[in-house]
Design a protein. Structure first.
Length: 309
């Protein structure tokens, strides 16, 4: 029986690849999606999510618009990685699906109730939509099985030396999610930096003659330049990790730990503070902090998915 998942995304290049991967995993059933501002503005992430679904002929899955801004701070995007529209130079045909107007948090709650505690929530952008859902519907936690996120890091960061982008972009929202009482799987930079595509794997996809691989080539062009400076030609597909974990946890290594979000520090705002490497522990141990992966298994899953469309 397939695992029902809801995907909440700020669709840029790696979110797009995560979407295409999710729909090729028979273990998963994507029952709904929502967009949030993050990598770029909501008008782009909403449009990109709809258009990627159209590209892979899954316009039957509805996409709901969410938050245009973080809970408390000004929106800061990552256009330098994803381009002004989120997909670098890629140009996709416009989706012909009806444009949903119901808000993401309302649609998520309604769907979670329908699945009576079996819904898995996958978050690959700032966690604003999920936080609003928890604020508006305090009983939402009883209708979610677990939350799988791309965000955070036990060690280091990419937006600051201490913070990963998705958490840094809206730390108050992340804190609400981590304090929700729902089991969390945190696929942060600790694992996503170990689960990229090699130069040879990227070249193979570049030469594959189909629509999804064409999108892969064009939407990752800015990211390739950035990662080549820091990751020895490995292309990191951060957002695919929680999607693949949902279907294949055996590909990953993780440890249950306590995690809190720093929301006030001058130098550490947005840091995911874990007790993974400390002598003291937080009282709430509800997060599996993923720290390693079978890189080839993850890469093969992404490649197989992209070559299928």
């Amino acid at each position: 029986m397939s695992i029902p998942v809801w995907m909440d995304m700020d669709t840029g290049e790696d979110d797009a690849i995560a979407i295409m991967t999710a729909f090729q995993l028979p273990e998963l059933q994507v029952v709904g999606m929502s967009a949030v501002a993050g990598n770029v503005e909501l008008k782009h992430t909403f449009r990109n999510t709809r258009n990627v679904l159209s590209l892979i002929h899954r316009e039957d899955v509805k996409v709901y618009p969410g938050a245009e801004n973080p809970l408390r701070q000004k929106l800061t995007t990552a256009a330098y990685v994803h381009g002004e529209t989120g997909l670098a130079s890629a140009v996709l045909p416009e989706s012909k699906a009806p444009s949903e107007t119901e808000k993401a948090w309302d649609a998520l709650y309604r769907t979670a109730k329908e699945y009576q505690g079996e819904l898995n929530l996958i978050l690959t952008g700032p966690e604003t939509n999920a936080a609003i859902a928890f604020f508006k519907y305090p009983d939402l936690k009883q209708y979610l099985k677990r939350i799988l996120i791309m965000g955070g890091a036990a060690v280091g960061g990419n937006s600051t030396p201490a913070a990963e982008f998705n958490i840094w972009a809206d730390p108050e929202a992340a804190q609400a999610v981590f304090q929700s009482g729902v089991e969390i799987v945190m696929c942060g930079l600790d694992v996503t930096s170990r689960a990229g595509l090699s130069k040879e794997e990227v070249e193979e996809l570049d030469h594959y003659p189909n629509a999804s691989c064409h999108l892969f080539r064009s939407c990752t062009e800015l990211a390739r330049k950035l990662y080549s400076e820091h990751h020895n030609d490995t292309l990191l597909i951060h957002d695919a990790c929680p999607v693949i974990y949902a279907a294949h946890p055996e590909y990953f290594t993780g440890t249950k730990a306590g995690v809190v979000i720093e929301t006030r520090g001058t130098y550490t705002r947005g840091k995911t503070v874990t007790d993974l490497y400390t002598d003291s522990s937080y009282p709430l141990q509800q997060t599996i902090v993923v720290t390693d992966a079978n890189r080839k298994a993850v890469a093969d899953t992404i490649r197989t998915a992209l070559e299928a469309y």
